[in-house]
Design a binder for this molecule. Structure first.
Ligand code: ATP
Length: 137
């Protein structure tokens, strides 16, 4: 039987790095939509958005919630530079629900354009965290 080719993924954040070795596929969100990456994908640099990154390792899909950043792929490694990342199993749902509530409250008030963008991003992060935990259950 032909084994699928594998590659390595390194998720880098200012606080921690999350490595995944020997994965067969990953799916990540960009401003232009989702992209799927297999081993030997052409080299790319892409912007990534707050969303749930999916990683297939040994035929098991893992969810990692990522913040904004960019992706850099060379021959057999993908580096993902993002402002935050949490494995679904490490997410504190209550904290995410509190953050979502706080951000939604803030959106109801008067905000400058940059405050609006920041708060909108906080809503997207909290929503992705809550959904990632729900999808794992
Ligand atoms: P909060 O207001 O709850 O801090 P936030 O969206 O402002 O939420 P971030 O600035 O995105 O938080 O993240 C700060 C750090 O806390 C990062 O290391 C991130 O991985 C972690 N983090 C944020 N929310 C959660 C959560 N619900 N569960 C686990 N880790 C979290």
């Amino acid at each position: 039987m032909n084994m699928p080719k594998t590659f390595n993924l390194l998720v880098l954040t200012p606080e921690k790095d999350i490595p995944y070795d020997d994965i067969t596929e990953m799916i990540v969100n960009t401003p232009d939509g989702e992209i799927g990456i297999l081993a030997e994908h052409m080299h790319i640099i892409a912007v990534v958005t707050e969303s749930i990154l999916k990683v297939n390792k040994g035929d098991v899909w893992h969810s990692i919630v990522i913040g904004q950043g960019f992706l850099y792929m060379t021959s057999d490694i993908v580096e993902l530079y993002v402002d935050s990342a949490e494995r679904a199993e490490d997410i504190d749902v209550l904290r995410a629900e509190t953050a979502l509530h706080r951000a939604e409250e803030r959106l109801r008030g008067q905000l400058s354009h940059s405050e609006y963008l920041r708060t909108h991003a906080a809503v997207a992060r909290a929503t992705a965290r809550i959904n990632a935990v729900k999808n794992e259950q």
